[in-house]
Ligand binder design. Sequence first.
Ligand SMILES: [Zn+2]
Ligand SMILES: [Zn+2]
Length: 387
Amino acid sequence: MIEKVKAQIEKLQVELIELSKYILENPELGYEETKACRAHIDILKKYGFIVGEEYMGIKTAFRAEVVSDKKGPTIAYLSEYDALPGIGHGCGHNILGATSTGAGIILSKFIEKIGGKVVVIGTPAEETSGAKVEMAKNGAFNDVDIVMVAHPADKHFKSGNSLAMQAIQFDFKGKPAHAAMCPEKGINALDAAINTFNNINSLREHFQIDAKVHGIITDGGKAANIVPDFATAQFYVRAATKTYLEELVEKVKNCARGASLAAGTQLEISHYEASFENLVTNQHLLMKYCEKLKDMGVEKIFEARESYGSLDAGNVSHVCPTIHPYFSISDKPLIAHTKEFAEATNKPLAYEGMKNAIGALVLTAIDVIEDRSFLHAIHEEFIVVEK
Ligand SMILES: [Zn+2]
Ligand SMILES: [Zn+2]
């Protein structure tokens, strides 16, 4: 099987490199990825996929499918293609998208015989609000058995964890007054915001080790001689599990409530961005992927990196067994979200890494389709694992 998969990758590689290069040269921000989305749709259609455009009402999303006449599990690959402001494809989503779409096309060539269904979902705006959050919530993965997405990096890393995250906004409403002539008439909303930070900082010592809380004041008054009648603070609150995150968010909210009470302001609490859930890696699926990556000739796969960031793939992993490993695009250390990273995605070593990742993604899917007891083990783990 591996030789057949490798032969298909060789045949397709020129088009995949073109796709990745085109997106690299035309970077588009989240939810504006019209060119990238179109390029993915065009190649998927060319290879016989039935494509639903503007998937779930999102303009730059799509869902492409090929179904076998023979029944079997549904495998989903997720394509990302958004860029960063000023940096372009510093996260390498150009080559990420080409890898997922390439894996989908190649798997589709085998499913007629082995059965099942292959789905490629175009998931915009990973760097900002993350379309996968809404997609997971609205049932995009309800009919999917496994989800795989491989991200570029400087080394091959196993799929690990990411932190669950909530983006909390506090709006404090006070009362204006001349700050020198009649400060006693005013209610200082900025004080409430500042004391929210102080309260959080004194609580910080008692956070669980993985928890992160960081914030800014986005509105702190209009002029120094007016008692600020309005202040806004935004925080990212992160934790290793969804369960602890909920506990921590409540504590952070109490910090704001206490500060607001002390200052005499009115407080409104909201989310200013979508909440991300922690990534839960399916270990059965990951072990298989690593085994296949070695079969493709990759010698060293590093343990998952300690991740203190958050991914929208986390939300997917709460509704469907998921892996989010990293594949090597360079033999030198690379820092994500830099121009150097973007440049590295267009080097021979990057395309070597892409081909290896595609091979592992396809071969893993073939095992999932052909070995029912393996799929069963993946699902069992998904049900029992702590999220
Ligand atoms: Zn990124
Ligand atoms: Zn990324």
